[in-house]
Ligand binder design. Structure first.
Ligand code: ZN
Length: 199
């Protein structure tokens, strides 16, 4: 069996690790890039290098950004009294696409999971408590995925925030059990946000 040249095979192997791509899709993608060197391969390599240098986490909310604080945290147009808690940056992006939330976010970076030994300190939960102490927050909206770990995490956070006098609400109907925010259409997210309820 003749394999592709080593450099090309390395690129295929790396691409195949991306979500949604397997070895077959990776091979096709790499071939297409090589064929479209000027249009695709070189701009892609440049864009990747730029992002590799500039991408970082917002020190406040955990969003992906290119400076210390993200655009949402620094925007004066966003309400400061509401924090929407999401598991992942992809969920934050899904909420932003739906365009129903005008407050700020907090990205946990996962969910509590006894099975994977992920406790509160492995997530951005201490930072959340710190934010709530220092920012004038009146409502926390839990927009976690409707999975078992998502629900466990939601209840844990609600328990922590209750003594602090914070209203804790959760996205309502529309988020199917086992559902992940990133896969929902904008209308469903909007409806779930409007119909949020106290936890
Ligand atoms: Zn931020």
């Amino acid at each position: 069996m003749t394999r592709p040249p080593r450099d090309i095979e390395e690129l295929i192997d790396l691409m195949a690790r991306l979500p949604g791509l397997g070895p077959r899709s990776a091979r096709r993608a790499v071939l297409q890039m090589i064929r479209k060197r000027a249009l695709l391969l070189i701009p892609l390599a440049d864009a990747m290098r730029n992002v590799a240098v500039s991408a970082r986490e917002c020190v406040s909310c955990g969003n992906v950004c290119t400076s210390e604080l993200c655009d949402i945290c620094t925007s004066e147009k966003r309400a400061t009294g509401e924090i929407c808690i999401v598991e992942d940056v992809a969920d934050l992006w899904a909420m932003e696409r739906a365009g129903v939330f005008r407050g700020r976010y907090h990205v946990l970076g996962g969910t509590l999971s006894a099975l994977d030994s992920i406790g509160p300190d492995e997530l951005r939960i201490p930072r959340l408590i710190e934010r709530i102490r220092h920012e004038a927050v009146s409502e926390v909206i839990l927009a976690l995925n409707a999975t078992v770990d998502g629900l466990t995490t939601a209840h844990y956070i609600a328990e922590q925030l209750e003594p602090m006098g914070i209203t804790v609400t959760s996205l309502a109907q529309g988020v199917p059990v086992g559902g992940e925010l990133d896969y929902l259409d904008d209308g469903t997210i909007s409806a779930a946000m409007r119909a949020r309820r106290a936890l």
